[in-house]
Design a protein around this ligand. Structure first.
Ligand SMILES: Nc1ncnc2c1ncn2[C@@H]1O[C@H](COP(=O)(O)OP(=O)(O)O)[C@@H](O)[C@H]1O
Ligand SMILES: [Mg+2]
Length: 432
């Protein structure tokens, strides 16, 4: 069972002259009053009584008080806490009547419950860290967040590459008429060389004809000049005539082949191959672009999976309040960051988390609840009751929503404090 505050009596603490308060066991107890009447001093007195010396107010003793500050807090577990005397000495008495000290209180008093603004003013990250610590998945969540970030960065880079490759492929030219593979020129060059060899042979034969013709001419001259040698030379002449005839016939039938067509083919091969290479390059670029696009999709899938993982981790955790979460290292409630939550949601989140820090501490102190309208107050009060949580809050108001009104350091309409009246002590709570 969590510990709540059953009663407070305070005298001469800060602005308080004398105040007695018996808060509702659960739900909201509002301490009302105008400005500077001592409302916050009531919470300060409670915090000092329960939180120890580090909660001691700067000017704890009321100015002009004759008697020293006196505090008495009764708790639902039967423990009684008192501060009294010149040095405001602490006495803690357990239900069996045994004297104890601050250590006993520390077991069930959560310091943040005495000082909720300290939690509310913490950074988004600090709040998120507190939440993760209490639900015990901080490290695991952090690991997933790092993995998601790394996948995300990788995907961004892959996406940029895919885009670049796509543009590059689009800008390259495609030749639909070009064959798929580069063409070889060596066959044609070989044919060309054979023809050139045959043509060389032809040329040699032509030269031979010229030589023989020359010889014949000379021989005719020899025949004319040397009539007398006619008989001997006639035989040679006849032979030579025959030779010439053969050579002539052969030369007449000779025909040179053209290599023009081959030369054109060789030229066109280079052009064709340029186109083939261009087409191959384009196809490669397109393949690469498609590969990167597919990688991008796979990374998107991985990110979605990791996010789902992370959600499952949070959903599986025992949260102090449903719909609390941590997004990018910051606390969120119903999907909203702290700064975007309504005032009452902020209070609810803070109270729920602080409660979980020490479940034995069944109360929170809340200063300055005037920002809440009546509907929100009622709703917040109901939530506190459902949570079995006690909240003691101040509010600049003298309306009927306040269980007690503080005026000039005293409970309005209560009996005057005993210090001013020689009567036995009687602590009265405000009318509500
Ligand atoms: N030790 C003290 N003795 C007398 N008055 C004090 C002391 N400490 C603070 N005050 C005065 O109390 C007033 C604030 O009291 P507080 O409890 O904060 O009032 P409230 O919350 O109702 O506005 C201020 O005027 C401040 O100067
Ligand atoms: Mg105040």
């Amino acid at each position: 069972m969590s510990v709540t505050i059953t009663a407070l009596e305070a005298e001469n603490v800060k602005r308080i002259k004398a105040v007695a308060l018996t808060p509702a066991p659960t739900g909201l107890t509002l301490v009302g009053g105008n400005n500077n009447q001592g409302k916050t001093s009531v919470l300060d007195a409670l915090a000092w009584a329960l939180g120890g010396d580090r909660f001691r107010p700067n000017a704890a003793q009321r100015d002009g008080a004759v008697a020293p500050a006196h505090l008495k807090v009764t708790l639902s577990n039967g423990v009684i806490v008192e501060r009294k005397g010149k040095n405001s000495t602490l006495t803690v008495t357990d239900p069996t009547g045994r004297r104890s000290g601050q250590q006993l209180l520390n077991a069930f008093i959560e310091p943040l419950a005495l000082d909720l603004p300290r939690f509310m003013e913490a950074s988004d990250k600090e709040k998120a860290d507190i939440l993760l610590r209490i639900i015990g998945i901080g490290t695991e969540l952090h690991v997933r967040d790092l993995e998601i970030k790394s996948l995300y960065d990788k995907r961004t880079f892959t996406g940029q590459l895919a885009q670049q490759k796509k543009h590059f492929a689009e800008e390259l030219i495609y030749y639909p008429e070009a064959p798929e593979e580069p063409v070889s020129a060596s066959d044609l060059i070989h044919q060309q060389q054979e023809i050139l060899a045959r043509n060389g042979e032809n040329q040699r034969k032509r030269n031979q004809l010229v030589q023989l013709t020359d010889l014949l001419e000379r021989q005719k001259k020899v025949v004319a000049d040397l009539e007398f040698q006619l008989s001997t030379e006639k035989q040679r002449l006849t032979t030579m005539q025959a030779d010439v005839k053969i050579a002539q016939t052969s030369a007449e039938n000779l025909q040179d082949e053209s290599t023009a067509e081959l030369e054109a083919s060789i030229r066109s091969i280079e052009e064709t191959n340029q186109k083939v290479r261009a087409n191959l390059e384009k196809a490669r670029a397109e393949d690469e672009a498609a590969q990167y696009a597919s990688d991008y999709d796979k990374l998107t899938e991985a990110i979605t999976q990791k996010r789902a993982d992370r959600m499952a981790l949070l959903n599986g955790a025992d949260l102090p309040l449903p719909e609390l979460s941590v997004e990018d290292g910051a606390l969120t409630y119903k999907g909203k960051h702290w700064r975007d939550m309504s005032g009452s949601d902020q209070l609810r989140v803070a109270a729920a988390i602080v409660r979980r820090l020490n479940p034995d501490c069944g109360f929170v102190l809340l200063d300055k609840l005037e920002q809440m309208d009546m509907t929100t107050l009622t709703e917040f009060g109901r939530w506190l009751e459902a949570e079995h949580l006690q909240a003691i809050a101040t509010r600049v108001s003298t309306g009927s929503e306040c269980q007690i009104i503080i005026e000039d350091g005293m409970v309005k309409d209560a009996e005057p404090p005993v210090t001013e009246k020689p009567q036995p002590r009687s602590w009265t709570k405000g009318a509500f």
